[in-house]
Design a protein around this ligand. Structure first.
Ligand SMILES: O=c1ccn([C@H]2C[C@H](O)[C@@H](COP(=O)(O)OP(=O)(O)OP(=O)(O)O)O2)c(=O)[nH]1
Ligand SMILES: [Mg+2]
Length: 152
């Protein structure tokens, strides 16, 4: 098991009754996030449509960490449903509700029910850069080559 960082979690009123996000297996990287849509109002994503899906959760990450909202491969492979801005970035100083921007690339409508696991959240260490403006950059073998410069 990896070392664990403590993350404060606030469950908002509309998350009542939903289980806490959980790692599904011992060494899973992602905590599954559930849709906190009303029980009697499932969210239908028509083909090509996207929506901001509430999770009913807010967190306080320690400084030096971020959370990434990533797609679940099962939803992508079976239904064409993924996270539009993947990976979504949750900043350590964000205290609002975590929302998932879900898009349906599939051919048929996809219905998001309350409690459905729609995405996963990976907690990761991050560094901030101290930018130093310069007039020329250090030379490298690659230089300015990119975008397929090494071949297909
Ligand atoms: O998938 C996401 C992405 C972001 N957020 C929240 C947490 C994050 O800290 C905040 C801002 O996200 P981001 O910086 O990606 O969006 P922005 O468009 O740059 O908004 P802002 O101007 O508020 O930074 O929105 C989510 O809940 N879900
Ligand atoms: Mg931003």
């Amino acid at each position: 098991m990896s070392t664990k960082v403590t993350v404060e979690l606030q469950r908002l009123p509309h998350a009542e009754g939903l289980p806490l996000p959980a790692y599904q297996t011992n060494d899973a990287a992602g905590l599954d996030l559930m849709a906190a849509v009303p029980e009697n109002e499932p969210l239908t994503l028509a083909s090509g449509q996207y929506a901001l899906v509430p999770t009913g959760l807010a967190i306080a990450l320690p400084p030096g960490y971020e959370a990434q909202v990533r797609p679940r491969s099962g939803l992508a492979a079976k239904h064409g449903v993924t996270v539009l801005n993947s990976p979504g970035t949750i900043d350590a100083d964000y205290r609002g509700e975590i929302k998932v921007i879900l898009i349906n690339h599939g051919q048929t409508a996809f219905v998001v029910k309350r409690g459905e696991r729609i995405a996963q959240m990976v907690i990761a260490p991050m560094v901030q850069a101290a930018l130093v403006p310069v007039s020329t950059l250090s030379a490298t073998d690659r230089g300015t080559g990119g975008f397929g410069s090494t071949g297909r």
